[in-house]
Design a protein around this ligand. Structure first.
Ligand code: SF4
Length: 213
């Protein structure tokens, strides 16, 4: 079974929408700042792992100024279990300072602005803009989106920014935000990194990698 041509992105979307009608972000947050911090923490970590540390973190630090003026060791003690906590603490404190200095303490609403924050590249920008503000400027490309885009032939690139450009050409703009979560759900449930369940996959008749990985 399987085909050699790339999967049709719209057909992938239609099938996955049926399978995962409620696909959405797994990080828990109540405002844009919390989402920004959670997304920075999610690098090289699982969303479940991030959700374990954020209740205590968000109870302790409520504003950008709180992060800007944090004691680095105390902040690190809250986020240690998410890994790379020195760098993440640096990014979060730097972002807090930048928000206070240039954005009146608020998380900005455009990609051009949000990627000026330390620790924030396009993936984080897309996640925060879409989920906090409903703003769509691109497709959030994480490790699942990279893997599935490659396997499905939606992009042959390895670089997330180039993959994002390919996906933006193939998926209508109003679906850019939700498409990422469809691929992420499918990446977690079926098309896993180590052992994709091609036999049980609703895309196996249109996927060029079916039964090959
Ligand atoms: S599980 Fe198999 S068939 Fe389904 S998308 Fe992944 S590689 Fe393709």
């Amino acid at each position: 079974m399987g085909v050699s041509k790339p999967a049709d992105a719209l057909e992938v979307m239609r099938r996955l929408e049926k399978l995962y009608p409620g696909a959405h972000i797994a990080l828990v947050f109540t405002n844009p700042l919390e989402l920004l911090v959670a997304t920075i923490l999610s690098a090289q970590s699982t969303d479940i792992g991030v959700n374990k540390v954020t209740p205590a973190l968000f109870a302790r630090y409520k504003t950008a100024a709180d992060y800007a003026g944090a004691d680095v060791e105390e902040l690190e003690s809250f986020i240690r279990s998410t890994g790379f906590y020195h760098n993440k603490a640096k990014s979060i404190m730097g972002a807090g300072r930048e928000l206070v200095q240039n954005y009146n303490g608020q998380v900005p609403r455009t990609m051009a602005e949000i990627i000026t924050l330390p620790g924030v590249a396009r993936k984080t920008g897309n996640v925060v803009l879409y989920n906090a503000y409903g703003v769509t400027e691109g497709v959030a490309v994480d490790t699942h989106v990279i893997r599935l885009s490659n396997r499905l032939g939606l992009s042959l690139e390895k670089d997330p920014v180039k993959i994002e450009q390919d996906l933006m050409k193939k998926v209508p703009k109003k679906k850019w935000g939700s498409f990422a979560y469809l691929l992420i759900e499918h990446g977690r449930a079926v098309c896993t990194a180590r052992k994709p369940d091609c036999a049980g996959c609703v895309l196996n008749d249109i996927c060029p990698s079916a039964f090959k990985v």
